[in-house]
Design a protein around this ligand. Structure first.
Ligand code: P6P
Length: 338
């Protein structure tokens, strides 16, 4: 049987053979992967683990937190505080950055994450996931207080050195880029290891499958109205082919389907979200997913600009997201800029 390549071996080869990553970044990704294993175990217990339902608190987005949102966030914080590889962390579930406590050494990286994306699906047993992004901490960054530390995170997505997601589905997968393509690892629960099952993922440039929450149709801007109507027109319409639709309402699950067989995912600007800037968060949803999608040959825009080029204004900034098969993303982006 061909020798299995574990995540640790993949990261070591990226470090040693290609010089793509540092030892500290290898440690960071390995630690995050182990935190995702722990989250997978907690989720897997479901009602037996007393982890379903509401936590009785709201997050910075004003969204009711699920018990697993809080537990997943705590698992990631606890796992990453002590390693000496991180300077600070930021999360969808925390208003301000979490500084590495003084009792631990600080490292050169910043970690942002959505600890449990799609948590409205937890109680109905639909796939959910963890999304993470890694940045370098700028030299001389002011990390004296959480408030001061926010500035260090406000870097465009092109500055990311790694990004990934775990999808907790029928199997638990880790999908990762360190800037050298996209690799997929499958959790072998008996070994307690992520095993490489696919590398150099390539998203088909064309697709017949789109993902959008159709209930928002009346709020969309004209370019998205036009594009979705053209897809619904099928073979007889201007796009000359019939399309299928999927909407899991877990970004991780919808993006992983696109990673696997192509497609286009849209959470576009709509009139009820205008004052918030969009639905999805830039720093720990849109940016890591955009990095992964581009590394797999896809495209990711707001409809009007490349997501990775956005200069963030604040830690919890929201943006419209259109990503996936390049030719389709280019088409609908062209409708916005025509
Ligand atoms: P809606 C989950 O809450 C999330 O942030 C993404 O994972 C998902 O794509 C989107 O929101 C779903 O939004 O409006 O369809 O519930």
């Amino acid at each position: 049987m061909a020798q299995q390549r574990t995540l640790a071996r993949y990261l070591t080869e990226e470090q040693r053979n290609k010089g793509v990553i540092t030892g500290d970044l290898k440690l960071l990704v390995d630690i995050v992967s182990r935190a995702c294993q722990a989250i997978s175990i907690a989720i897997g217990k479901g009602g037996l683990g007393g982890v379903l339902g509401e936590a009785g608190s709201d997050n910075v987005q004003g969204e009711a937190q699920k018990k697993l949102d809080v537990l997943s966030n705590d698992i990631l914080l606890d796992a990453n505080e002590w390693g000496g590889h991180l300077a600070a962390m930021a999360s969808e579930e925390m208003d301000l950055p979490h500084l590495v406590p003084h009792r631990f050494p600080k490292g050169e990286y910043l970690l942002t994450f959505d600890p449990l994306d799609g948590s409205s699906n937890i109680d109905v047993n639909v796939s959910i996931g963890t999304i993470f992004s890694v940045l370098k901490c700028p030299d001389g960054a002011d990390l004296s207080t959480p408030e001061a530390a926010e500035k260090a995170f406000l870097q465009p997505g092109t500055a990311q050195v790694a990004a990934g997601y775990a999808v907790y589905g029928p199997t638990t997968l880790l999908v990762l880029t360190v800037g050298d393509g996209v690799a997929v690892f499958t959790l072998d629960r008996e070994q307690g290891q992520f095993i490489l099952t696919q590398e150099n993922v390539q998203i088909p440039a064309d697709t017949k499958e789109f993902a959008i929450n159709m209930s928002n149709q009346r709020f969309w801007e004209a370019p998205v109205q036009r594009y979705v109507a053209e897809m619904q027109a099928g073979k007889e319409g201007p796009l000359g082919k019939d399309y299928n639709m999927r909407w899991v309402a877990s970004m991780v699950a919808d993006v992983h389907r696109i990673m696997t067989r192509g497609g286009i995912f849209m959470y576009p600007m709509d009139s009820k979200l205008k004052d918030k800037g969009g639905k999805l968060r830039l720093m720990y949803e849109a940016n890591p997913m955009a990095f992964l999608i581009e590394q797999a040959g896809g495209a990711a825009t707001t409809g009007r600009q490349r997501i990775l080029d956005i200069q963030p204004d604040n830690l919890h900034q929201r943006v419209p997201v259109i990503l996936g098969s390049k030719n389709e993303v280019d088409r609908v982006t062209g409708y916005h800029t025509a």
